[in-house]
Design a binder for this molecule. Structure first.
Ligand code: NAD
Length: 292
């Protein structure tokens, strides 16, 4: 973003028309968060099946909110959701949050598509670890990282990631938006892994090395952190929730950018190769085969 370019169109207040690119686990949660603050949300995904899955996920979250006492009916909330396979539907959005899978190539393409559809919109990326500055380079839009946590409705934290080109006023606007979503922003410089993934993955990798070396069982390692350090969930159970494949990808990126201390343990690679990815495949450090 050059100094002479026009300011982003959302500069003065909460965006009432928000786009979400990628309606998967995170995208649906992000859509729900903005709906809960009164916005209209446009979700774009690759095909009708993905959109139907997104609609179901959002409906489930909305039903949960209403069950917990939020005003309105599911139908009223869902009337504010538009689903499309055409990014042209983002025209008019003052903020578009990108939540496509964690790949620089995919995200670069998503950024270009969003920018073509809505050249003035602010683009926020939900990347867990990729360089926001590098992503911002492919477009002329104002760009910031808004790193939501999984599951979005229950998670109070959003990392506001400041890229080299992010205007200062956008950083304070974004903090305000996050607060309006009922969450707490933490402002982090665009450094590999930001604050949360860097620290969270470092602990998880050490925990996996401890399992590998037979220091203790997964349950005992998790209990040490939950009971000893008041972690809400142990590092191995959390790795199962996030997905071993997702965390392996982040560890590889952090090893490349921050050094050997983030080298993924052999056990982690072997588990990913065996398809033991955590909750989503029924097995990780724990067995979920009995879960519905
Ligand atoms: P996901 O696989 O559940 O969802 C990705 C969605 O993007 C899918 O619906 C897919 O169809 C869609 N998609 C793929 N290519 C697309 C394209 N070109 N245009 C539009 N949609 C497209 O992934 P997720 O877990 O929701 O992760 C999304 C992002 O959020 C990633 O960057 C990830 O690192 C980040 N993130 C994930 C978590 C987590 O715990 N899962 C937490 C924080 C951040």
């Amino acid at each position: 973003m050059s100094e002479t370019s026009e300011p982003h169109i959302a500069a003065k207040g909460f965006p009432d028309q928000v786009g979400v690119m990628g309606g998967g686990r995170m995208g649906a949660g992000i859509a729900h968060a903005f709906l809960s603050a009164g916005a209209t949300v446009t979700v774009v995904d690759i095909n009708d099946d993905a959109l139907e899955a997104a609609r179901k996920r959002i409906t489930k979250s909305v039903t949960g909110s209403i069950g917990r006492g939020a005003a309105g009916s599911v139908d009223e909330w869902m009337q504010r959701v538009q689903l499309s396979t055409d990014a042209g539907a983002f025209a008019g959005c003052s903020l578009v949050v990108e939540a496509v899978p964690e790949s620089m190539e995919l995200k670069n393409k998503a950024f270009t598509t969003i920018s073509q559809a809505s050249p003035k919109t602010v683009i926020a990326t939900n990347t867990s670890s990729l360089s926001v500055s590098e992503l911002a380079d492919v477009v002329t839009n104002d760009v910031i990282g808004l790193h939501f946590f999984n599951p979005v409705p229950a998670s109070k934290l959003v990392e506001v990631v400041v890229a080299k080109s992010t205007p200062e006023e956008l950083v304070s606007d974004a903090q305000g938006w996050v607060e309006k979503l009922g969450k707490t922003p933490v402002v982090v410089k665009d450094a590999p892994g930001f604050a949360s993934s860097r620290l969270g993955v470092a602990i998880a990798l050490e925990a996996i090395r401890m399992v590998e070396q037979g220091v203790a069982s997964p349950k005992d390692i998790d209990n040490a952190m939950v009971l000893g350090y008041k972690f809400p969930v142990g590092p191995l159970e959390l790795t199962d929730i996030v997905g071993l494949d997702v965390r392996l990808g982040i560890a590889e990126y952090l090893e490349e950018t921050l050094g050997e201390r983030f080298a993924p343990p052999k056990l982690m690679r072997e588990m990913v190769e065996r398809g033991e990815l955590g909750r989503k495949t029924g097995k990780g450090f724990y067995d979920y085969s009995g879960d519905s």
